[in-house]
Ligand binder design. Structure first.
Ligand code: IPO
Ligand code: ZN
Ligand code: ZN
Length: 291
């Protein structure tokens, strides 16, 4: 039931969220030569994020941070879990991908900052976690934040995780993917992608934006292929949504090159902040439902 009724909790949190925090995380992540799934940079970024999210979790016993080991490559995915209070069996997932790429020959010394693709998504999730923990937020449902390994090489990290959740019959009630949130290439602010996603959840997210971010303009588009990790969850029959920075034709032209930098998105994270706020509202509204 996509009821929107958490305004008292959400509205004050939205004003605490800051673009500068998102920008700093983008810089921290893109400081690695690259975050490719087989390089030391890719492993370093995973370990750095695990530590970063662990420090945000503080000493709370209902928050855990883990690294998901992938058998056939070194980069681990990072998962932070808010265990639900009285409806913990139902799970909400918010994801972004940790890895970066600059051409098929990416190796140890290849420069791939991946500031927009997808440090911007991981940084948006990080600002949500910071805000939720700062407000001692406790959801009724379990909420999992995921930074996937190996998205650029075939959505491989999210595919393994989504398959393992399906195999365990985990009741994931909804998934949101944030991949590329900081390049405002088109007229509208947030584009809801309609392929490999769920129509009724897309409507819910549209209503969240109208409720909590009423000045933002909403567009829709489609990729025409499985263009990010939401497709891994969709493939397992889970409801997914991917809000995206621009229309397909106007998306960031510098991705997958050494020029996908924070500076090339204006050295600010104002566009990402819209996505972080929308995704916080998604997490809190969906996380608020009882059994
Ligand atoms: N394929 C996607 C990039 C991508 C995704 C959606 C759109 I619209 C344009 C470009 C990718 O590289 N994800 O990491
Ligand atoms: Zn990419
Ligand atoms: Zn991406």
């Amino acid at each position: 039931s996509y009821v929107i009724d958490q305004q008292a909790l959400i509205t004050p949190m939205l004003s605490q969220m800051q673009a500068s925090n998102i920008g700093q995380t983008i810089l921290d992540l893109s400081a690695n030569t690259n975050r490719y799934y087989t390089t030391s940079g890719g492993t370093n970024a995973s370990n750095w994020l695990k530590n970063r999210w662990s420090s945000l979790a503080g000493g709370r016993s209902d928050i855990t941070v883990e690294q998901f080991t992938h058998a056939s490559w070194p980069q681990k995915s990072v998962i932070l879990t808010f265990k639900g209070t009285d409806n913990a069996a139902q799970v909400v997932v918010l994801g972004a991908h940790l890895d970066s790429i600059a051409g098929s020959g990416t190796g140890e010394t290849t420069r791939a900052p991946g500031a927009d693709d997808d440090a911007s998504g991981v940084a948006s999730l990080t600002e949500i976690i910071r805000t939720l923990t700062a407000n001692n937020f406790k959801p009724r449902r379990t909420i999992k934040f995921m930074a996937y390994a190996a998205e650029e090489v075939g959505l491989r990290g999210s595919a393994e995780i989504a398959r393992s959740f399906a195999a365990a019959n985990t009741n994931v009630v909804g998934v949101m993917q944030l991949d590329m949130t900081n390049y405002k290439g088109a007229a509208n602010d947030i584009y809801i992608f309609t392929d490999y996603t769920d129509a009724s959840q897309n409507t819910f997210v549209t209503n969240l934006i109208k409720t909590y971010l009423p000045t933002l303009k909403i567009g829709t588009d489609r990729c025409g292929y499985a263009c990010s990790d939401h497709a891994s969850w969709n493939a397992q029959g889970y409801y997914a949504t991917m809000p995206f920075e621009a229309s397909f034709s106007s998306s960031n032209p510098r991705i997958h090159t050494a020029n996908d930098t924070y500076a090339n998105t204006g050295s600010n994270a104002e566009h990402s902040l819209k996505f972080a706020r929308m995704a916080l509202a998604y997490a809190v509204e969906l996380g608020a439902d009882g059994p």
